[in-house]
Design a protein around this ligand. Structure first.
Ligand SMILES: Cc1cc2nc3c(=O)[nH]c(=O)nc-3n(C[C@H](O)[C@H](O)[C@H](O)COP(=O)(O)OP(=O)(O)OC[C@H]3O[C@@H](n4cnc5c(N)ncnc54)[C@H](O)[C@@H]3O)c2cc1C
Length: 290
């Protein structure tokens, strides 16, 4: 899911005005290359569950960085205090994207599955290891967070908008199927679905969709986080390059960050210091030595 205005503070995702157009251009290009739809634009219905939350949202509606993403206030569904429709959101069909991309690279003869062998020049390796790499300590201290999501089948629920509220989200997949999430867990960083996680996500589903649904899938994963959901790229001390820390916003940031990394590697053009892993690592070391 991509949701332009996020969190309790109803704020634009970090630098979304630059990264979203880059992502959409990239996904449109991928669709042309693989002949399959991967990006599904959806309005986002942001729901306020309390007067306090609603007052905060209303106070932000005209802010210069928020207003471009606001389509308008809309009638709140039963049980909610207020609702705002947000524009610019959508769903990336990650499975179609990955399968299509794999097929594309297989046809070019440059797809190789499995572990990376480092018998050659490791300076050319780009470590896109996600949370596994961060948890192995390759990039220093991390803040990875486990999350659980459910896939549901439900009749009569709104299939035209993503819903955000009650600390969670509900994303229509078509054909009466929805994804709903998610939990946050910082201590047990495994990929195992739990009863507790399921119960929490079912609660979110009841609040956002309705009481009646069938659970048809339950997954857990770990979000790769170094510094909130702000991605980083750059050379590693031990050789090779890192491309990581996409947090819970890989669909939004991966295309723009990959473009920056390619520009750096191929043309020698360094990215903004804000996304340069070397800057981040220096800052971390300064913080640690204090
Ligand atoms: C519960 C949950 C909800 C989320 N919701 C959203 C959302 O709504 N929107 C969104 O944009 N993002 C969301 N994310 C985040 C998104 O999944 C990540 O940002 C994204 O997957 C990061 O991509 P990545 O390629 O860096 O890492 P990954 O997707 O983790 O991919 C890394 C891959 O590399 C493999 N690997 C690791 N080490 C090695 C090695 N040494 N050799 C070979 N292979 C290796 C791993 O097995 C894995 O397949 C969510 C994540 C979670 C857990």
């Amino acid at each position: 899911m991509v949701n332009p205005l996020t969190g309790k503070n109803f704020e634009p995702s970090w630098r979304i005005a630059e990264f979203l157009p880059e992502a959409l251009e990239f996904y449109a290009d991928v669709e042309r290359q693989i002949g399959r739809q991967v990006w599904y634009p959806f309005p986002v219905l942001r729901l306020a569950g309390s007067d306090k939350e609603w007052r905060k949202m209303v106070s932000k509606l005209d802010a210069p960085d928020v207003a471009p993403w606001v389509a308008g206030e809309v009638a709140a569904p039963d049980g909610w205090v207020g609702a705002v429709e947000v524009r610019g959101g959508g769903r990336l069909d990650t499975r179609a994207f990955m399968d299509g991309s794999r097929g594309f690279f297989e046809e070019l003869g440059c797809y190789r599955q499995g572990e990376v062998s480092l018998t050659g020049n490791s300076g050319n390796v780009i470590w896109c290891e996600g949370a596994a790499g961060l948890m192995a300590g390759r990039c220093g201290p991390h803040r990875c967070a486990k999350g659980e999501i459910l896939t549901l089948r439900a009749e009569g629920w709104d299939q035209c908008r993503i819903r955000i509220g009650a600390g969670g989200w509900l994303v229509p997949q078509g054909g009466g199927v929805f994804k709903v999430g998610s939990t946050y867990e910082w201590d047990e960083l495994d990929e195992l679905p739990t009863d507790r996680g399921r119960a929490r996500v079912e609660e979110i589903a009841s609040r956002l969709g309705g009481e009646v649904f069938d659970v048809i899938g339950h997954e857990a994963g770990v979000r790769p986080i170094l510094r909130r959901s702000q991605p980083l790229i750059g050379p590693l001390d031990e050789g090779g390059w890192m491309f990581n820390a996409l947090g819970s916003k890989g669909s939004l940031y991966a295309p723009g960050m990959a473009g920056r990394l390619a520009h750096w590697l191929v043309d020698g053009v360094e990215p903004e210091p804000e996304v340069d892993f070397r800057e981040f690592r220096e800052q971390t070391r300064r913080d640690e030595s204090r």
